[in-house]
Design a protein around this ligand. Structure first.
Ligand code: MF3
Ligand code: CO
Ligand code: CO
Length: 315
């Protein structure tokens, strides 16, 4: 056997990359379920959004958040080798409509499915399709529910069977950096405090932070004009005040933070083919800190279910 030259690039071999599968039709939502403004046309109305939510909106956001979080917890229980991402989409869709909610991603700017499934090197906005999960995969499932006129948005990265130690580490770094971002703020803090805490933690683990996709204000609109970067940028100096609601959803990469987009114009992947992990909660700024609006009914968030007995590696 001839000697093969080793290359120094960290790019993964092409054979085990995630490839596009077959995307099924949009799922139906019963007519009795109230829809967001974009459900028919795909285009959200361009309305100015208030920065501070009313008590009623906040209360309804707790409900929307719980519906999304309950669906996410149930989805996590179904993650295992052999299940297709389209089947996960069906399970999430039925959980949401069963709770009387509209799956917010469905036809949002033309997005064709009821949630996002981002496997391995897919950073975000992966479209559920015919691809079956295999042992060693990791998958972010991102669920957003619309009910009571407001949205709740949450995601978690789940491990499929036994996963390599670096993947476990990057998933934990994504989870922990999200929590550090949440803990960094409260009334009077600045938006940049969130990104600083997240970036510091990711860097301490030797990982990079995605810059092109960021957290966002949320309420009656899926995405408001409020921007929440997951890296430190002193220009994001908005002062946080009680009643503000937004997501914190860092995407943390094993390798470089350079990205590419698939031809479907949705699926965002790492340029170097190395893996990316993400967790997301919808957060309220309260009088004395923060409240997570995307807690499941059980009270135990989906991220607490990820690193228990489902994997054999890592600590
Ligand atoms: N849930 C995603 C977020 O965290 C947004 C998905 S929008 C879609 O903001 F169109 F890609 F579904
Ligand atoms: Co979001
Ligand atoms: Co989301």
């Amino acid at each position: 056997m001839g000697k093969r030259k080793r290359t120094k690039t960290a790019r993964k071999s092409h054979s085990d990359s995630v490839r596009p599968g077959i995307v099924g039709p949009m799922r139906d939502v019963p007519a009795v379920i109230a829809r967001p403004d974009y459900a028919l046309t795909g285009q959200p109305a361009d309305r100015a959004s208030r920065a501070i939510r009313t008590e009623s909106e906040i209360d309804r956001m707790r409900t929307a958040g719980a519906v999304a979080a309950d669906a996410l917890v149930e989805l996590g229980r179904h993650v295992s080798p052999g299940i297709t991402t389209d089947e996960l989409d069906r399970i999430g869709h039925e959980a949401m409509i069963g709770a009387g909610a509209y799956p917010s991603t469905l036809n949002y700017r033309g997005y064709p499915k009821s949630l996002c499934t981002s496997v391995n090197e897919v950073i975000c906005h992966g479209i559920p399709d015919s691809r079956a999960l295999v042992e060693g995969d990791m998958i972010n499932i991102d669920v957003t529910a619309f009910i009571g006129g407001v949205h709740g948005d949450t995601s978690a990265t789940f491990l499929v069977g036994e996963v390599d130690p670096t993947s476990v580490r990057v998933a934990k770094a994504a989870r922990d950096s999200m929590h550090k971002g949440i803990e960094a703020v409260g009334p009077g803090a600045h938006v940049y405090d969130i990104g600083r805490a997240i970036e510091n933690h990711a860097a301490s683990e030797g990982f990079s932070v995605v810059r092109e996709f960021i957290g966002h204000g949320i309420g009656e609109q899926f995405h408001t004009s409020l921007q929440i970067p997951h890296y430190f940028d002193p220009r994001n100096d908005t002062v946080l005040r009680p009643g503000m609601t937004f997501t914190i959803e860092p995407m943390i990469n094993v390798g470089s933070n350079r990205l590419e987009m698939w031809d479907d114009d949705w699926t965002v992947v790492t340029k170097d083919g190395l893996r990316s992990a993400q967790f997301e909660h919808t957060i309220l700024i309260t009088e004395d800190g923060t409240e997570m609006l995307t807690l499941p009914t059980s009270g135990e968030p989906a991220e607490d279910l990820v690193f228990t007995d489902t994997i054999a590696t890592g600590t």
